[in-house]
Structures are given as C-alpha cells and as structure tokens.
Design a protein around this ligand. Structure first.
Ligand code: PEP
Ligand code: MG
Length: 549
C-alpha cells in the first residue's frame, strides 16, 4: 500500500481500478513551409473546426455541469478568436515561414507563461486554458478526431494533468474519480470535477506517475487529498463504509438542496458552517451551507512560523469570500492564546492561560498585529459579504476599543485609496458570562452576537475545557448556560441585532428546538452536521407546546 498526498478538490471517495490517461498527440515539430498564405488559411480553417468542436462540448457541459460551468467553453471559443493570439500566430507563420502547428504551440507557450507569471492565483490557472485551446487547434490542424481518452469500464482516471475539455469529454458514468500529478485548485478542471460531483485530487506529484499502471486498484479520497495505491483489505473496507455514509448524506442533500431551513410553522433559520482553513471550503459547499458562521482565523497564525503578512491574509480571506458568492462569511479575528499558542508571539508563561492574555486582549495589547489583520479583512470585504467578529469580549470598553481600531483602519484604507465594502457587519462572540450578562449594553454597538458555547461553558461552569477529567462536571445543558444564551438572545433582538451560536452546542440536535424557542437566528456547525441540522429544523413546530424545555 502506497499513499500519495495531494489536494482534494472535491470531497468524495472513489475506490476501484485506475486508467492512466496518456495523451495520444504527437509532439509538435517545426517545419519550414513554402506558402505562408496557404498556411494561414489552414490555420483559419482549423480555428473554425475548433470552434465547432467546442460548441459540441459546450452542449455536453450544459447538460452535465450546468450553465455557469459550461461557460468555460464559451470562453474557450472566444480565446480561439482572440486578436492578440491570432496576430501573433499569423505573424510567426508569415515572418518565419513555419507550419501553423508550431506557430500555435509557441504562441500558446508564450501566452501561458504570461498568465503563470501573474500574481493572482485565478489568472495563473488560466495558463491551462490557453494550452487546452491551443491543443484543440493543433488537433484540428492535424485532423485528429478528439482529445478524449476512450474508457470502457468504471475507472479512476490518473494523469499528469487534465484539460477542461478532456475532463468534460470523458464519459461521466465511467469516471469514478480524477487524480492528477499537477494542476491547481482554481483550474477549470478542478472546478468542473467539483461540479460533476466526482472525487478529485490534484497535485500528487510526479512520483505517482511512475508507479501507476492501468488496472491497479486504488482509493482516491477527495476529502483529505490522499491517493492510496494497492490498498489493503482494511483500507478498502473503510473506504466502502465512508462511501455508504456519503451516499446517505447525498440523499439528504438531494432532499434539502436549495430549500430554506424553515420550521413547520414557518420560521426561517440560517444554518452556517464553522471552518478553520481554506481546505474546508469544499465540505462547506458540498453540504450546501447557507454561509460561514465562524472562520477561525487564528489557524493562519498557527500554521506559520512568523506573523502572516497583510497580503498573505488578504489572499486567504478573499478566497473564502469568493468561494461563497452572495453568502455571509463571518471571520473571527485571531483567537491566539490559551490552548492556541504560536511561538513567535513570545507570550509569557501563564498560571491560568485560559484566563490570560488571549484573543481580543492580545489584539488590544498588540494593535499593530490587530491592525494588519483588520486591514486584510477590510480589503477582502470588497469581494463578498463579510462579517468580522471579536472573540472573548468581557466589557463595553474592550468592544469600543476594538471598534475604534476598525474605524482607524478604514480611514487609513480610504487615505491609501484601497477599496473595502461599506456594509461589513461587526459582531462579538458571547463566550464569557460577563458578555452575556451585559449583552444589553453590548448589543447596541454591534450587528450580531455569536455564542461560543465551548468557552461559555468553560467559564460559566469553571471547567477547564482542556481537562479530560472534568467531563462529568461539564454539563453543557446546564441551566446557567441556557439562561445566559436566552438572555443574550433577548438583548440582541431588543437592540436590532441578530444572534447565532457557533460553539459545538449548536450541533447538539437535542437542543435545536430550545435554541429556536429562545429566538436564535443562526446555527453554525461543522460542515458534516449541516444536513442533519437542516433536516432537524424542518421537523420542528414552534406553534406547538415545547417538547424539550
Ligand atoms: C467557542 O468558544 O464556543 C468557540 C466557538 O470558539 P473556540 O472553540 O474556537 O474557542
Ligand atoms: Mg471560544
């Protein structure tokens, strides 16, 4: 059994035989031609043929992956007609008297390199599109029929890379999964794989290519990006179990997709996802979350050996927002300290770190670090619907200090001509009893509250959440906690703010009805709980006498 690690681009599991996708195209040779006029005419004819084949692919994609994703082939058709590209090819044929195949290939390489050199990851991924389009033109010049590999049974397709047109040309019913040595998360191939709901892993590296053979058995785990070659019996059985679970989820998803989360008596509840990194976005989309209710930004700091720069952070926040178009994304400012330590912060050893310099306290004592994060967040806000929330608030003065720094950051952004959205929602986590008890004073200052029940439980019951021996004393349904949540909900609504829960208790479905009766507007849970929670909400009738209170 050999395991190769890549990046999962679509969360699902495939197990079965593999087929190694080898391109049949011959390398492009440089030939001298005598009649450049005729060669340019040959190029023009090949372009027409390429457009007509792309039109066919567009039709196929429309059926299989929907209009938005089929658009890629419209873009490819436009690329065939791109003036700069065509001028460069024609000029090369005429001035160097070379064959059209060669001129297209060299021009495509130049254009692809230009895209690769761009800073933006999305633009870099366009290099693959240029190569795909030029390969199509070259295929038409050579009068080859198709770029699609022929497959006769269900297989996991393994390749060095796959072009969007190759991906769509494959017989979807026969493809169990895709695994490629190269490729990028933003490539259209990855996007198409996601939309075709096919387990896909990219970037497993060149080594895998030399070890795979047609007919080898493998598992492709699109959740964690693992490609297991020659799995043992246990690994196969595990994969089968997970496939069955996924199937159950899929059925639930089919039932709920696109539907609002409405109780039987008509109350609409938002069900969002909690995530800690960009890697989890796939699971968020797969489970059809209504938004992201908690992005634990501190993981960006924990993964680094030094403070992440404004630019690094901006890119991550922008990606999260762009992945969730028109949906709310709530990013919590860093919650470093206590159990989440990063060496480069050089924090003093504390007797009681959970009661120490953590979260907003740390941000307020290191305003430059805080401002760097806020600048990155506000800049990213131009790319979606952002909410910013502060963790571990215990007083009005802390909140006012944090809000004042936000204002300062916005002023600086205006001054430096940087764009940001003016409708960024600001909120706080209610995770200390103090915050819940003064929630009437805090609510007028914010747009929303989000209850962090993990810490609220720890601080209310004086139970260290890290101490496994305290489990018996740590009653998450304790009346004190429920009262604090209820009080916060009343105060939020009295001042026009909305309220959610993002701690683990949000996924405790024995409490869902209780929370809804308290007036909770949003529940944010790990992606794997989303569908079950949505199903639970749809079975609750708040017009009936309470069952669980
Ligand atoms: C919480 O305290 O409930 C919470 C969501 O924050 P974290 O678990 O990251 O401390
Ligand atoms: Mg917390």
């Amino acid at each position: 059994m050999t395991i190769f690690k890549g990046t999962g681009v679509y969360g699902a599991i495939a197990a079965g035989k593999i087929a190694v996708f080898k391109r049949t195209q011959m390398p492009v040779k440089r030939d001298k031609i005598k009649n450049p006029v005729a060669e340019v005419a040959r190029f023009e004819t090949a372009k027409k043929e390429a457009v007509s084949r792309l039109r066919e692919l567009h039709k196929k994609a429309l059926k299989e992956v929907g209009e938005a994703n089929a658009q890629i082939f419209e873009i490819h058709m436009m690329m065939v007609d791109d003036e700069d590209f065509n001028e460069a090819v024609t000029e090369m044929i005429q001035s160097q008297c070379v064959n059209a195949e060669y001129a297209v290939s060299v021009t495509a390489d130049n254009f692809a390199e230009m895209f690769t050199a761009m800073e933006d990851a999305y633009m870099q991924a366009r290099a693959a599109d240029v190569r795909d389009v030029s390969n199509r033109i070259i295929t038409c010049l050579k009068s080859d029929d198709s770029l699609a590999p022929q497959i006769t049974e269900q297989v996991i397709i393994c390749a060095d890379d796959l072009a969007p047109s190759e991906t769509v040309s494959l017989d979807k019913d026969k493809v169990l999964g895709f695994v490629t040595a190269h490729g990028s998360y933003n490539s259209h191939t990855a996007i198409l794989a996601r939309n075709m709901s096919i387990p896909a892993i990219i970037g497993v590296g060149d080594a895998f290519l030399s070890q795979i053979r047609d007919g080898d058995v493998a598992i492709a785990d699109g959740f964690n990006g693992e490609f297991v070659l020659h799995p043992d019996k246990e690994a196969l059985a595990r994969a089968e179990r997970r496939q069955a679970e996924e199937l159950e989820k899929k059925e639930l998803l089919q039932k709920l997709k696109g539907k609002d989360n409405i109780t039987l008596d008509g109350r609409k509840i938002q069900v969002y996802a909690n995530i800690g990194s960009l890697d989890h976005i796939g699971a968020v989309l797969l489970n059809d979350a209504g938004g992201i209710g908690l992005f634990r930004s501190e993981f960006l700091y924990l993964e680094n050996d030094d403070y992440p720069s404004e630019e690094e952070q901006f890119k991550v926040y922008k990606r999260v927002l762009e992945s969730m178009p028109a949906k709310k994304v709530i990013i919590r400012t860093m919650d470093i300290g206590a159990d989440k330590q990063a060496d480069y912060f050089h924090l003093d050893r504390e007797e009681n770190p959970a009661l120490g310099l953590r979260a907003i306290r740390l941000c307020l004592t290191r305003p430059e670090v805080f401002k760097t994060q806020l600048r990155a967040l506000y800049r990213a806000s131009a790319f979606g619907k952002l909410g910013i929330m502060f963790p571990m608030i215990t007083s009005v003065s802390e909140l006012k200090a944090a809000l004042a720094i936000c204002d300062q950051v916005k002023r600086e952004l205006i001054f430096t001509g940087k764009k940001y959205a003016t409708d960024v929602e600001l909120g706080i986590m209610i995770e200390t009893p103090a915050a819940a008890l003064i929630s009437d004073r805090l609510a007028p200052l914010v747009d929303f509250f989000s209850i962090g029940t993990n810490d609220l439980t720890q601080y209310t019951l004086a139970c260290d959440r890290q101490n496994p021996h305290l489990e018996a004393f740590c009653d998450t349904h304790h009346e004190a906690i429920l009262r604090l949540i209820s009080l916060s909900a009343q105060n939020a609504h009295a001042h026009g703010a909305w309220i959610g829960i993002c701690g683990e208790l949000a996924a405790d479905m024995t409490l869902t009805e209780t929370f809804l009766r308290m007036g909770i507007d949003e529940l944010s849970v790990s992606p794997s709980f989303i569908l079950k929670l949505r199903d639970t909400i749809r079975q609750i009738d708040l017009s009936l006498p309470p069952k669980h209170l």
